[in-house]
Design a protein. Structure first.
Length: 156
């Protein structure tokens, strides 16, 4: 009979359609499936969520005629609950990954904004330098008549 803690026996797991008894025993022996041993000799309980993790949702099987209906309904409910918990965990992992990607994208956008701001300052600085009045023509300008002198040539 299924326990209230969400654990079932190997026989119940096999009847529910997770896998055959020998397959479940091999998984336990290989360490792929964790179990809880109980005080009764030979009694092993397995978390339904552990079965769902290893085997996925069970195939629907026809219950044996002597199986108590309450027990089967309880096992089906536990299986559905375990499957929903697995789906929730997957959605939460996806949400966490998307939040991480969002944070990275926001950081890239902030970096781009700061880079744009710096480039605008550089552009303003260079534009101001280009628009500034030119200094006098200097020595060559005076020699060749481009200075502020009256008459502007190279005569006396």
């Amino acid at each position: 009979m299924a326990s209230k803690s969400g654990k079932i026996t190997i026989s119940e797991a096999a009847r529910t359609g997770f896998a055959s008894r020998p397959t479940i025993h091999r998984a336990i022996k290989a360490g792929k499936l964790s179990v809880d041993k109980v005080s009764s000799p030979g009694k092993v309980l397995i978390e339904v969520s552990e079965l769902v993790r290893v085997y996925g949702e069970p195939a629907k099987v026809t219950p044996p005629a002597d199986a108590p209906i309450d027990t089967l309904k309880q096992i089906e409910t536990l299986v559905e609950l375990a499957a929903l918990k697995e789906r929730l965990a997957a959605v939460e992992r996806e949400r966490d990954q998307l939040n991480e990607e969002k944070g990275k994208a926001e950081q890239r956008a902030e970096d781009a904004r700061l880079r744009e701001e710096w480039l605008k300052k550089q552009l303003d600085t260079h534009t101001a330098l280009l628009a500034a009045p030119q200094a006098s023509d200097g020595l060559l300008g005076r020699i060749f008549g481009r200075g502020d002198r009256k008459g502007g040539g190279n005569g006396p």
